[in-house]
Design a protein around this ligand. Sequence first.
Ligand SMILES: C[C@H](O)[C@H](O)[C@H]1CNC2=NC(N)=NC(=O)C2=N1
Length: 112
Amino acid sequence: MDTTCDITSRHCVPCEGGVPALADSAARELLAQLDDWTLADGRIEKTFRFKNHHQTMAFVNAVAWISHREDHHPELTVGYADCRIRYWTHAIGGLSENDFICAAKVDRLFAL
Ligand SMILES: C[C@H](O)[C@H](O)[C@H]1CNC2=NC(N)=NC(=O)C2=N1
């Protein structure tokens, strides 16, 4: 199996600005590698649903581990049994590959 293009095996590259945000066409190509994320206003987002708050919080904590390891952080909106995740790259005010790498890792986490 060729895994060279598997986005989940990649890691974020520190971004402190000075580079352009991804063009819409490039962002849409990367979006196709994710599972049901939507792209709007220079952000990608997805809402994950759970059976109860315990599961929700376990997921939130696992997402925090990804954020820590990748040093790239989402906006989390946590409810009783759902969690909306939004990624964008603050340093450039738009999307970078880092957002898609983390989103793919979150998809992989949810599928465990
Ligand atoms: C150097 C390091 O990449 C930055 O401080 C990180 C931290 N986490 C971040 N997370 C997000 N979403 N955007 C950023 O620009 C960002 N910057």
